[in-house]
Design a binder for this molecule. Structure first.
Ligand SMILES: [Zn+2]
Length: 374
């Protein structure tokens, strides 16, 4: 499992550390009885060794690129499975190159500047409105998405072109504006109840337009399958353990030092991330406090050079439905999608069909992101 990249940053990963993903089995063993039991209920951890036998000609190169040869010859792989949702991650410390904290690469910055003056810079003239018009925020307005994911699909266009320059206040405004849009959709179509908000930032995240924009949809009949699957997992968990899944999920992350709080919002670096550096935020209700916490995570992301990301808001339906949504919080999930300066995809067959292969250490992510939540 070699990764290309500058030698220096890979070498750093071998610094002795107590709190790393490879130390997870030991950290779990050290938890107090009830926390350890809860952890075992939700997560399964396996470790395995990956061994290689490199020819002598490679030794020098390996040392330069990855550090001490022994650690490359015997690689520790930690596999974490969420037994409740069946999400899974494979962590390999060798792949866990620490991101270099610094400025965004010149070509990425240039590409953002080059697209200035795009249709989203002139949304009133160059984007369609919804049949009920546009919703205007303080720093954004809505457009009707030209090629829709779903029957109701809006784009929330920031006045700011550069998505990396969108401020905390502007982010909160986009959440609030999108929700006002969803309420207008419901006035037009009361059966549209399943609201979903997302922000894909820069091309590696799937964004086709560079200009800063979030999106929102409202579905009918049933929530999107991944949100519905999470609800079903929560209901099954409650049925089996007489306990709240999300409360327990937070508690085990907190016990391991992976969690934080901002007011009533609970956050943690997730142990089975869907991709790099996933952060979970939980709140009883959606609203400015949660949105502010999400904006702070984005600021933390920028500080650790996570320029391209996917952010999603998962909510129970906006109106009563037949399903049991009791105990389902307002959830924000944010995941890093890799360096937009590199020509590579971070998703392969493993992610699509098996489990996520993860390079970033959740313990490192938690330490970094926490600083921006205080
Ligand atoms: Zn623009």
């Amino acid at each position: 499992m070699y990764t290309a990249g500058p030698g220096k940053k890979e070498r750093e990963i071998f610094l002795p550390e107590e709190r790393t993903i490879t130390a997870l089995p030991r950290l779990v063993a050290g938890l107090a009885g009830e926390d350890r039991e809860l952890f075992g209920r939700i997560f399964q951890v396996n470790t395995s060794a990956g061994r290689i036998h490199p020819p002598p000609e490679m030794e020098e190169w390996i040392k330069k690129r990855f550090g001490p040869a022994d650690q490359v010859k015997n690689q520790e792989i930690v596999r974490v499975t969420n037994l409740i949702t069946l999400e899974g991650a494979l962590f390999n410390r060798l792949r866990a190159a620490r991101p270099v904290e610094g400025k965004i690469a010149g070509p990425v910055r240039e590409e953002i500047v080059r697209t200035q003056g795009d249709p989203f810079c002139h949304p009133e003239e160059q984007t369609p409105a919804d049949t009920f018009g546009r919703v205007r925020g303080k720093y954004c307005l809505t457009a009707s998405n030209l090629a829709k994911y779903d029957g109701y699909h809006a784009v929330i266009i920031f006045a700011e072109h550069n998505p990396l320059a969108v401020s905390r206040e502007e982010m909160v405004d986009a959440f609030v504006t999108a929700r006002r849009w969803a309420d207008l959709v419901r006035e037009e179509d009361p059966a549209a109840k399943y609201y979903f908000f997302l922000w894909n930032c820069l091309w590696t995240s799937g964004a086709s337009i560079i200009h800063g924009h979030a999106q929102a949809t409202v579905a009918r009949e049933m929530h999107y399958p991944k949100v519905e699957a999470l609800r079903r997992a929560m209901v099954a968990y409650r049925g089996k353990y007489r306990s709240g899944y999300f409360e327990d999920l937070y508690r085990v992350h907190e016990a391991l030092g992976l969690a934080w709080r901002l007011g009533a919002v609970k956050g943690f670096a997730y142990l089975t991330p869907v991709k790099e550096k996933e952060v979970f935020l939980l709140a009883e209700e959606p609203g400015p406090e949660l949105y502010e916490a999400a904006a702070r995570v984005v600021e933390g992301y920028r500080a650790i050079s996570s320029w391209s990301f996917n952010l999603a808001l998962l909510l129970p339906p906006l109106d009563k439905t037949a399903e049991d949504w009791g105990g389902f919080p307002a959830i924000i999930r944010i995941v890093d999608r890799g360096d937009p300066a590199l020509r590579k995809s971070d998703v392969g067959a493993m992610e699509l069909f098996a489990a996520s292969v993860i390079a970033s250490d959740p313990f490192w992510v938690a330490e970094k992101i926490k600083r921006y939540q205080l």
